[in-house]
Design a protein around this ligand. Structure first.
Ligand code: ATP
Ligand code: MG
Length: 382
């Protein structure tokens, strides 16, 4: 019997919920990422739970216990209960009954064994109750140390039920898969076969998955497999996986930033295809423009910040297969904090309106070209 001991399982906030559900004769189990990551000794970000209680039962008992409840997705069985400082997403045991490839129609069920079958991968269908004992209804435990990402049941059928699982397959492989053991061939073949169905997914869902995938410490094997199976071309037309392993190699200790990886992959119109925020879309378009026009790195750092300039530098380095220069960081931080010494007031009243703007731009360009060294006097005398 495998047991997990972890602070989040025995915390007062969690214990309060276990006790509350037990008192009302309901089952309550933690499931999904929290169990998987605890077994892998990886950080746990949120606690998902499953129960035989129906949403209205959960709301009733939680409110009676003076806990705040948010009806997150009552139709598909999910409520969020706030216990102490922690939010717990609790979903009624379910089984998928009928699907249109995008939204699984759900029916509630009474057992966690049934609930497990509707989940996507074996490593995501491990359950744990208040005693810490791990329940493994679909034989996923051996896949944890082996780092195998496998569909529960028939991979093609599971993809037909919900096409998003294609992207989840690559995302979980990127984060938890064994890089040397390779990707599960049955799952990969099913993804290749079902790739056309990706056209039916919303841009938001594609974007959210791709951002999580590209934020993995090293997503390069997963992305290479996406390219080989024809999935990458569907969600990121024009992208090429070739530079990614080199980029990740040059990143060394830097935190993984998905926009940097996306820049190195290339590809068109991600703003619309992934429904990106304005800020993210701007980072990508500035980066791609700088790559296309070989913009000077210090100018880029001055105009758009060190982070963007660093990402462009690393992407260039990857395409040249040559590490970035050792003095890169110093150069970027100097450039990013440089302040243009001339103000509009310095040129007035001699100049005004568009002529003033044009002159300021011209002086700024000259100052940038000098490596930010020309002084205000030197610039105004010129
Ligand atoms: P993390 O939160 O760390 O990204 P997670 O495993 O908790 O990982 P979630 O997206 O939060 O992933 O989903 C919680 C659980 O719900 C999953 O572990 C899985 O069991 C199930 N699940 C989520 N989405 C699907 C899906 N599209 N098809 C089948 N099961 C799913
Ligand atoms: Mg989760």
């Amino acid at each position: 019997m495998t047991r997990i001991t972890t602070p989040w399982l025995t915390s007062p906030d969690t214990t309060r919920l276990f006790d509350l559900f037990a008192q009302h004769k309901f089952q309550l189990l933690c499931v999904g990422g929290c169990v998987r990551n605890s077994l892998l000794n990886m950080p746990v970000s949120d606690i998902d739970m499953a129960s035989d209680a129906r949403p209205d039962d959960m709301i009733r008992i939680a409110e009676a216990a003076k806990l705040r409840v948010i009806p997150t997705g009552v139709d598909h069985g999910t409520v969020t209960v706030i216990s102490g400082g922690t939010a717990y997403e609790i979903t009624t045991f379910r089984s998928d009954v009928e699907t249109d490839g995008r939204h699984a129609k759900v029916a509630f069920s009474d057992t966690y064994e049934e609930d497990a079958k509707r989940r996507d991968f074996t490593i995501n269908a491990l359950y744990v109750g208040s005693d810490g004992a791990v329940l493994d209804p679909v034989q996923g435990l051996p896949d944890i140390p082996a780092r195998r990402v496998r569909f529960i049941g028939d991979a093609s059928a599971r993809i037909t039920e919900d096409t998003l699982r294609i992207l989840r397959f690559f995302r979980f492989y990127a984060w938890y898969g064994d890089p040397d053991g390779g990707i599960d061939p049955e799952g990969l073949a099913a993804c290749a076969e079902g790739a056309e169905g990706l056209e039916g997914l919303s841009a938001e869902r594609i974007g959210a998955e791709m951002i999580k995938l590209l934020s993995a410490p090293d997503p390069s094997r997963a992305v290479a497999a996406m390219q080989a199976s024809g999935v990458l071309a569907r969600v990121m037309p024009g992208a090429d996986a070739a530079l990614l392993p080199v980029l990740v190699h040059f990143e060394t200790e830097l935190p993984p930033i998905w926009t940097r990886r996306a820049m190195a992959l290339g590809g068109e119109s991600l703003k619309d295809r992934w429904r990106l925020s304005k800020a993210d879309a701007e980072v990508l378009s500035h980066g791609q423009e700088a790559l296309a026009h070989a913009t000077d790195l210090s100018e880029l750092a001055y105009r758009h910040g060190a982070s963007l300039a660093r990402d462009v530098a690393l992407t260039r380095a990857a395409s040249l297969q040559n590490p970035p220069p050792a003095e890169l960081e110093e150069m970027l931080s100097q450039a990013a904090s440089a302040t243009f010494p001339v103000k509009a007031a310095d040129l007035m009243p001699a100049l005004k309106g568009p002529a003033l703007g044009a002159r300021l731009q011209e002086l700024e360009a000259r100052w940038i070209a000098s490596g930010f060294t020309l002084t205000k006097d030197a610039l105004l005398d010129a």
